[in-house]
Design a protein around this ligand. Structure first.
Ligand SMILES: NC(=O)c1ccc[n+]([C@@H]2O[C@H](COP(=O)([O-])OP(=O)(O)OC[C@H]3O[C@@H](n4cnc5c(N)ncnc54)[C@H](OP(=O)(O)O)[C@@H]3O)[C@@H](O)[C@H]2O)c1
Length: 240
């Protein structure tokens, strides 16, 4: 199934954690990296997150720079990319920042498990796409996005969504910002959680191999840009 170019962007500690053990967002990068992420957002057609990230962090996922919003406007795009929540049972709170802050379209992708009352409530603020029976069928979702003309999708986590996308071979590139801190905690989320690949196991696709495209010292840490080997990636480059 044809799909857009998909890349994950995440900030992690030097020990690979993307938040603290209480699953609370913490500042891992600095101003240079925050600006880089804003630029990536502004250059994307959509930004996708899992419902776990919405409930934990309540992000708005808007483009912060006014000049970048204006630039999008000049070429006929909404100020913010389409914001997408992967949310099987339509648990996104109606007062969530992502549904209320900043102009632009929103999509909540649900599965057939979502009940009509919740869908109705959310449909006042977002387009609802029903994909899959239990979990959201990510392949189908990405294909629908492609059919709607979306060509570049940025994924902003979290760990569970990252696992599904990567293990289903739906990711082309990964940006990992590695911050100068240790967060620790056996149960703190990492860049990719989920079931994990097993040696000789049956998990779809096997262990995913990456090719390092770029390595830059940024703020007090390091930015790595990876291409997923075997992906259809077209080499989206980080600005700056
Ligand atoms: N440092 C960073 O860059 C960064 C960025 C983002 C998030 N985070 C952190 O990541 C943590 C949240 O991660 P998380 O793993 O708890 O949640 P998540 O990955 O944001 O969302 C996972 C949820 O999405 C839903 N989902 C529906 N269909 C799915 C599918 N096919 N595959 C996977 N998920 C599907 C599931 O809930 P339902 O079954 O209810 O649908 C699942 O539990 C937070 O602590 C947050 O602070 C860090």
């Amino acid at each position: 199934m044809t799909r857009p170019f998909v890349f994950i962007n995440a900030a992690m500690s030097a020990d690979g954690k993307i938040s603290t053990v209480e699953r609370k967002q913490t500042r891992i990068s600095g101003t240079e990296d925050i600006d880089r992420v804003d630029s990536l957002k502004a250059g994307s057609d959509a930004i996708m997150v899992g419902i776990g990230t919405i409930l934990a962090d309540n992000p708005s996922l808007t483009v912060k720079s006014e000049s970048r919003r204006e630039k999008r406007d000049k070429v006929g795009k909404d100020a913010n990319p389409i914001r997408i929540v992967v949310d099987s049972t339509a648990r996104t709170p109606v007062d969530a920042e992502i549904l209320n802050k900043g102009e632009g379209k929103r999509i909540i992708a649900v599965s057939q498990r979502a009940i009509l009352e919740d869908i109705d409530l959310l449909s006042k603020k977002a387009d609802i796409l029903v994909c899959g029976t239990e979990k959201v069928d990510l392949k189908e979702l990405l294909h629908i996005l492609w059919l709607r003309g979306l060509r570049r999708v940025m994924v902003e986590g979290g760990a569970t969504l990252n696992w599904s996308l990567i293990s289903e071979q739906l990711v082309d590139e990964i940006y990992t910002y590695i911050g100068n801190m240790i967060l620790g905690g056996e149960r703190a989320p990492t860049l990719v959680d989920g079931e994990g690949f097993k040696l000789g196991g049956e998990t779809t696709g096997g262990i995913v191999k990456l090719e390092l495209l770029r390595m830059v010292k940024l703020d007090a840490g390091l930015l790595l840009q990876w291409r997923v080997q075997g992906s259809q990636g077209s080499g989206f480059t980080v600005p700056g």
